[in-house]
Design a binder for this molecule. Structure first.
Ligand SMILES: [Ca+2]
Length: 316
């Protein structure tokens, strides 16, 4: 197949030369793994800020994350951590270590002039953009899209037009979605990678197990309430089957984006274009167009996935 080779000047996102990096994360297993990959790559030398958001108790998550930095990556413990948009859910991350620090809200942080790596639902990005439509004009965005966009659109508080307008307000955007990048191969359970995680970061394995258990419960419950003919039932059933076959699987979502950032050569698997969203399902639709502002990671076979797995093994 022919991949569009993009010129370095046109669209390369370069974490190595970014002076200010903001990572927005909901700290699910693939977020943790993505952040570990970014740290281990040694490529980040600029200032770093984290916004921790979504689904679980945000304050507790921030405290766990600070302790994780102190214990495992003290070199990066000078970064600032802000709490993201509070969430109605009050689940607690299954980590019994945490710091005593108090955290300011992301609303008190200025994300301008940065590379933003977004690994969570786009609530914080939408908030910043709403308060200042020009805030991202000197910013680059590397984002895992898909669910992170869909979940916010399905709440019906944001319109598809406002999401597109937020995206196009950045000077450069790199969009990664597993559907476009690696197709249905969205989960990984590579024995070598899991062994490295087990030896070096056993708490990450605990989080993977906990996350798979909670996903399994949720999918089982959803399936009981859905018609077996519906697309939602099929989707829940597919996740269930994957977890049952590989109880240590992790979703290659945020890790896929991390692979692209630490191995920029993988940005060769991309097209230029613009995006819209399916009005019913809110799935991202890609319109390929050479003058399009967004770089979308796209590959129609397993080549990118295989190169990503190599990148993980070389970095862990
Ligand atoms: Ca995430």
């Amino acid at each position: 197949m022919v991949h569009t080779i993009i010129s370095q000047k046109q669209a390369m996102i370069d974490i190595q030369n970014s002076k200010k990096i903001v990572i927005i994360t909901d700290l699910e297993p693939d977020d943790f793994l993505a952040i570990v990959l970014l740290f281990l790559s040694g490529m980040i030398t600029g200032e770093m800020h984290f916004v921790v958001s979504a689904w679980q108790n945000v304050e507790h998550k921030c405290r766990c994350f600070r302790k994780f930095l102190q214990d495992s990556f003290p070199k990066y413990n000078n970064c600032s951590i802000y709490s993201g948009e509070p969430n109605k859910h009050n689940y607690i991350l299954p980590l019994d270590f945490h710091s005593q620090e108090e955290f300011s809200s992301y609303r008190e942080f200025d994300p301008s002039d940065s590379l933003i790596i977004n690994l969570a639902p786009i609530r914080e990005l939408m908030f910043y953009h709403k308060h200042d439509p020009n805030i991202f004009k000197n910013c680059e965005l590397a984002i895992y899209g898909s669910f992170n966009i869909r979940s916010v659109l399905s709440e019906k508080k944001e319109s598809p037009e406002s999401v597109v307008s937020m995206f196009t307000s950045f000077s450069r955007v790199l969009l990664y979605e597993s559907y476009w990048a690696t197709g249905t191969n969205s989960s990984l359970a590579d024995a070598n990678i899991l062994n490295i995680i087990r030896t070096k970061y056993p708490y990450l394995l605990d989080i993977i197990i906990w996350w798979n258990d909670s996903m399994k419960d949720e999918c089982l419950q959803n399936c009981q309430n859905l018609s077996p003919d519906s697309a939602s039932y099929q989707r829940n059933k597919m996740i269930l089957d994957k977890i049952e076959a590989e109880p240590l699987q992790f979703v290659n979502a945020d890790t896929g984006l991390a692979a692209i950032l630490i191995n920029p050569e993988l940005q060769k698997y991309s097209v230029q274009g613009s995006i819209t969203f399916d009005p019913t399902t809110f799935y991202t639709l890609v319109n390929e167009d050479i003058i399009g502002k967004i770089t979308i990671i796209k590959c129609s076979d397993d080549s990118l996935l295989l190169e990503e797995i190599e990148t993980f093994k070389n970095t862990f």
